[in-house]
Design a protein around this ligand. Sequence first.
Ligand code: ADE
Length: 222
Amino acid sequence: MEIDIFTLFPEWFAWFETQRHVRNAVEQGHRLGYVNYRDHTPLRGGQVDDAPFGGGAGMVLRVDVADAALRARYATDAAGVRAQRRVIALTPGGRILDDELVDELAAEPALTLLCGRYEGFDERILEHLASDRVSIGRYVLAGGELAAMVVCDAVLRKLPGALGDARSAVEESFSQALDGAPEYPHYTRPADFRGWVVPPVLLSGHHEEIRRWRLEQSRLRG
Ligand code: ADE
């Protein structure tokens, strides 16, 4: 998978790339790329945003700037990029990211993530350049960068080879294997700590009983 992130703050992602599962994904041949809107703006002084028509607080990412950045990256008409790959605008009002959407995105060969800043995007970016609008929750962040990291984190860990143990991503919270329910509880050593004991079934060695107990616990939490 190839993920391009359009942002004003590409340096924020240096920390993100130090995470083990992200490094694993990159070592497996998956690729994260960054495009700084400011490097492609047709405006003077590196301007990328502007005051909203009709007045109001904040600044809005300009459509001509997003257009120029997409054109520079893909060497094609910016409005045609979404026919080749999903172009996802991160915006609080978008489709809420859940396990189903993460699976859908993880199956794509390539993704483009557009981060907005300040008051967000000129609506024409969403209408004419993006194919999707995705939200990580109904609250407003100062920009789309943290949301883009959340999307990348959730998508990359679904890719084969990203996690140390591939089973981790199959039977986890909200997955199909658990009928969309939250994950069952986990315990590790010590088996008894201050009298807080681990459910005996987990120490029994009966795999079938353990499997049934976990499924039941998962359903109880659903
Ligand atoms: N940009 C600002 N807030 C956001 C949110 N909640 N989800 C996705 N992108 C955003």
